[in-house]
Design a protein around this ligand. Sequence first.
Ligand SMILES: [Zn+2]
Length: 746
Amino acid sequence: MPLQRKQQKSGLTGIRQPQGINSSFQAMNSLILILVALFCLFSIRVQGESPKPKPFGSPTVGPNSQKPPPPISSASPQSVDETAKPPVEKNPPPLDPNNRDPSVKPQDDFFIYANGSWIKRTQIPPEYSRWGSFNELIENNNDALHDITEKAENTQVDPRLAPETQKVGDYYASGMDEKTIEAMRIGPLEDEFKKIESIKDRSELLKEIAHLHSIGVDALFEFASGQDAKDSTHEIAQAVQGGLGLPDRDYYTKTDAASKKLRDQYVEHVAKMLTLTGEPAETAADHAKKILALETKLAEASRTQVQLRDPQKNYNKMPLRHLQDLTPDWNWSDYFKSIDLLEPGDVNVHQPGFFKAADQVFEDTPLDDWKAYLRWHLINAAAQELSKDFVDEDFNFKDRTLRGTEKIKPRWKRVIASTEEAIGEALGKLYVAFHFPPEAKARALELVNNLKEALADRIKTLDWMDEPTKREALKKLAAMRVKIGYPDKWLDYSLLPIDRGPFVLNAMRAAKFETTRELNKIGKPVDPTDWGMTPPTVNAYYNPNMNEIVFPAGILQPPFFYANADDAVNYGGIGAVIGHEMTHGFDDQGRQFDAAGNLRDWWTPQSAAKFKERSQAIVKQFNEYEPLPGLHVNGELTQGENIADLGGVKLAYAALQKALDKNPQEREKKIDGLTPEQRFFLSFATIWKSKQRDEDLKLRLNTDPHSPARYRVDGPFSNLPEFQRAFNIPDGSPMIRSADKRVKIW
Ligand SMILES: [Zn+2]
């Protein structure tokens, strides 16, 4: 399945998954993510957990993994419990007191105080690697999308009148047609396999890699369009490290026993998949080892997750002849011809060292190994739209081994996920027509404006930032664009053929459509109406190149946003989400971009030095957290998100105070014995209510720029005097950092 259209940017939960994690056709737009690193609220994979059964992405079964992976049941994971439902309340009350643990005091561990009883009584549903507020809302959205897709499937409409309904209905129908899918197995991919088989020399090899890129298959490297980081009005070509099958380069290079074991499991998985395509077992086993060796060379040349966070290092715009010098053994004009790119212009080569090394790998690896590698990457991208044997093996490695998930999701959820990834704006258009009242948009906009005001106040009164830097910061804030709900201009899918034929071909055509759309942008002005998430997505993002914050319709619902709740609850929920995204514009990465979205240093050296001192303190704070024995949070990797979380709570709190100033009677009002301030902090803790499997936690500690949920609550709160006051907590309590250690940035 195509990757979710355009990965997120810095969202609430998670930037795009690291390379290699996507096993689906990824439209090139997914690259954009890579490229731009949108900052999301939540890691994309969360999204992946429900709508998108996106494959990879979970790391390792490490030495600390408590339980052995459950035996692969002989029962078909696909057919069990199609109707089983995880426990989701349709209209959860705000701040349900039954979730709190009265035996834990707020000053000892606020996350447990707020969510402890829920944690005790809740089991992670077997189809999930983690479970919490986000998932509950995603489940509710799934039901809404299910209703829409089924109606579309069963409605005979004239496609000229309702093109979205036709495409959604046919895509969904092709995915639900198990009988045909089973009967055809990999038949629909036969031509693709033949193309790979017929490669005779390295020139044809490169052309085939280009072709695979055009249908969304990751191989050797990634290529896409993206904004020029230093001229944000223009789209240029971008070349990025890639070509891995495991979630991150570190999975290939680490030498501990758990990592080695995981590589063995990966080799077994690759061999099994190749066997399913018809290779004799022995040949497949041999190929799998060679594939690991090839990918290891690419991994060794790849930058780490932390290195990738440096936008200056990823900016190496060069004329074609310089790019050609980097890779003397492959001919870029052949590549461009194969992807129909007539005028590539200058290319931003994100990791020149990677391309230099990749050229060597390109030249040195025997053609037969390359063919095996390409077959693997093709099947890895297509597995989820193929027959049950492929789907099961894909699940066994990517979800069971890497994430600890016990059971595959019912087919309809996986097909909806695929639909959303393939034609997300068609599905999203139908979704918002039924599920996004205009009042929600108006109310969200009002909250955004209040939060903007709060951030402006903060900037003006910061004691560590000098005046010239403040002026620039305020300019940037004033220019920050806001998108709420859904795009003003919907994508036009009329040139994308979707029918009730083979499911995998629908997915492939959709990936090709998206890739073409992205490549067509190269050399053109940026389209400011583009969205990086689909409307039903339960997430949000900041895009530094656009200097914009984006809140899809999916997140503007309980428990983030209640139409009828008191202000304290909404400011602690969606208010903090809005504050989080705004703060991304001023975190360690976002601050390097100016009001127009250009990578340009607008800081005086003095203010920059003071910022770094403060952000180092938050790196240190989070490095100390140890979610699993011996495994710490990576304070560098999660730095931007932790800054955004701290800023988000601080700003939302300030905005709530302003709102209470306007309604003084509200300030005195207690609900369920709780002051507005207490309800604010409880609301924030509630949105992070979650449980997680150890395997998933390990994967995320390695690759996710977001800290585990518990630290996203306890971490920022322990820095806030506002929190200490709200619960009247004595100094020296576990939840209160001493004054000299408190991190204060925005
Ligand atoms: Zn974020």
